[in-house]
Design a protein around this ligand. Structure first.
Ligand SMILES: *Cc1c(COP(=O)(O)O)cnc(C)c1O
Length: 395
């Protein structure tokens, strides 16, 4: 067994930080098993581990909630993808979100959140954390003055997504980290939409990076998971404490699937981006479309910042339909290759209506999304087939 259990930072000599992204994705976290030569990490379906004497553990493992070698391999891999020191894997992106919030906030604390935050993140803060005396202020991630104005003397955390879900607004990570740090607050970046292939927030000043690994990292719509990556030893020790203490851990099988997906992230993301760019071009000139929201467009308000902090602009596109909610529903009903479903980041193309689906919980709040909005998660099918599908659906 060539994984190690020390803080999830066993990048392995073949996957160390001197290597490029695709090499790290394939090699970090596990090297061929010295005993068997297995090139892939085994699914260690073991809830407990034999000890050689009381408290004398063989490989650093005692009980699988606390640590499991398959999970360790995944954690090391995902930390390496973000060029971070420590990774902690969870059973879902929301479990990772919950762990980060509970580790970093106390009753009476305040946080700043995006005014178009992921619906589940908003719901957790608004419905659960508020009961424990945590207050929040929504601010647009693309408005530095609004974020500065939202910070109060009790602000302990600035939480952003960039690009945001579903409006694809762009936040300037370096500038926002300065605002947070000037207020003695930490910055968490939910990097799910960009993936670590396109954007690495720790290098831009973020304290913690969060992913729903359900999306691009897993990449095949076959597993739910989350991860927290940080360089901050103390924060990581809090994450580790709650990961074990509250137990929102992925199973060894889920850890294996997520690791398997992560290995191909680089090639998948390039194809997601290629397809999205081609589709944006078609949609932009289509008479049924009122506007296309994509950070790669020069006219997008966040384009300059995105070009600075992202290597490409991702596989997510949102569009507003000229015919309002009715036209949005029709488009969602008519596509054949774009499957009508929540979630994103998988190899297959998906379409959804955020107002009625992923973001229904924001209805009637400040975070409500427009009802003529449709979100596309562009997959890695043949470009021409995806374009044909959208054209026939917009007829
Ligand atoms: C899906 C998602 C989450 C939540 O992750 P789950 O794996 O579904 O729990 C958080 N943030 C963003 C941006 C997401 O898209």
């Amino acid at each position: 067994m060539s994984t190690t259990n020390d803080e999830g930072n066993a990048n392995g000599k073949a996957g160390g930080s001197s290597h490029g992204f695709a090499t790290r994705a394939i090699h970090a976290g596990f090297e061929p098993d010295p005993q068997t030569g297995a090139v892939n990490v085994p699914i260690y379906a073991s809830s407990t581990f034999a000890q050689d004497g009381v408290g004398n553990m063989r490989g650093g493992y005692e009980y699988a909630r606390t640590g499991n070698p398959t999970r360790t391999a995944l954690e090391a891999n995902l930390a390496a993808l973000e060029n971070g020191a420590h990774g902690r894997a969870f059973s879902s992106g929301m479990a990772a979100t919950d762990c980060a919030l509970r580790s970093m906030l106390r009753p009476g604390d305040h946080l700043v959140i995006p005014d178009d935050a992921y619906g589940g993140t908003f719901r957790l803060i608004d419905k659960v954390f508020s009961q424990w005396g945590v207050t929040y202020t929504p601010a647009a991630v693309n408005d530095l003055d609004a974020i500065r104005a939202a910070v109060t003397p009790t602000t302990k955390l600035v939480w952003i997504e960039t690009p945001t879900n579903p409006l694809l607004n762009v936040g300037d990570i370096a500038a926002i980290s300065q605002i947070a740090h000037a207020a003695d607050a930490k910055l968490v970046v939910d990097n799910t939409f960009a993936s670590p292939y396109l954007q690495q927030p720790l290098a831009l000043g973020a304290d913690v990076v969060l992913h729903s690994t359900t999306k691009y990292i897993g990449g095949h719509s076959d597993v739910v998971g989350g991860v927290l990556v940080t360089d901050d030893e103390e924060l990581d020790s809090h994450f580790a404490f709650l990961q074990n203490g509250a137990g929102g851990v992925p199973s060894p099988f889920d850890a294996y699937l997520t690791f398997r997906g992560a290995k191909t992230l680089a090639v998948r993301m390039d194809k997601h981006c290629d397809n999205a760019e081609a589709i944006v071009e078609v949609l932009q000139s289509h008479p049924a479309i009122a506007s296309v929201l994509y950070p790669g467009l020069e006219g997008h308000p966040g384009h300059e910042v995105a070009a600075r902090q992202m290597s490409r602009f991702g596989g997510m596109i949102s569009v507003r339909l000229k015919g309002g909610q009715r036209a949005a529903h029709d488009l969602c009903a008519r596509t054949k290759l774009f499957t009508l479903a929540e979630s994103l980041g998988g190899i297959e193309s998906l379409i959804e209506h955020p107002g009625a689906m992923t973001h229904a919980s924001t209805a009637g709040t400040l975070l409500e999304v427009p009802d003529d909005l449709v979100r596309l998660s562009v997959g890695i099918e043949d470009t021409a087939d995806l374009i044909d599908d959208l054209k026939q659906a917009l007829r």
